[in-house]
Design a protein around this ligand. Sequence first.
Ligand code: 3PG
Length: 209
Amino acid sequence: MTTDLASVLAGSRLLPVLTVASVASAGPLADALAAGGARCAEVTFRTPDAERVVKAMAAHGALTVGAGTVLTAEQAERAVAAGARFLVSPGYDDEVVDRARRLGVPVVPGVATASELMRALKAGLDTVKLFPAEPLGGTGLLRALAAPFPQARFVPTGGIGPGRLPAYLAHPSVLAVGGSWIATSGHLERGQYDEIRRLTAEAVERTAP
Ligand code: 3PG
């Protein structure tokens, strides 16, 4: 069944971006995120265990789990085989978008410019990751880019923390905000699942209008 990503993202408005070194973290991490009120998560393909982590978190069942940092069609294939229900990429790549289509999973490409956004819209996509949001200009860039493209929906990600969350979510073109502050590699190495739950709950509270 194809995931209705817009509803998933609109339902929680928070996309935790997770870089998980060890599959042993997958269960307690999914528990902590779900207990904090998260509904979805993006597991980046930046660690050797990423596929197994996607599989374990997807099997856990509490969250809609997608794969991030998907740079090639082959990674898209492996991510979906592992159970990823959506794919996220830091940039726009035709092969990744085509493969996601063929696999029947939503794909959210990264865009940083109007030209990249036009490419995504031309390919029939309406949801994009504005990346890296803060270094590129934050909500100022978002407003400027959203104005000529009212049909586009954004998931700003990159350098965003809890303090900036409400400012992004206040923009009507923003579906959800992504970020790694909720569960960093440091939290995972130290087994700080209570802290992950606390940061998730704090962020979820800030997504409320
Ligand atoms: C990503 O891949 O989406 C980013 O690494 C997340 O950005 P952040 O770490 O600045 O939140």
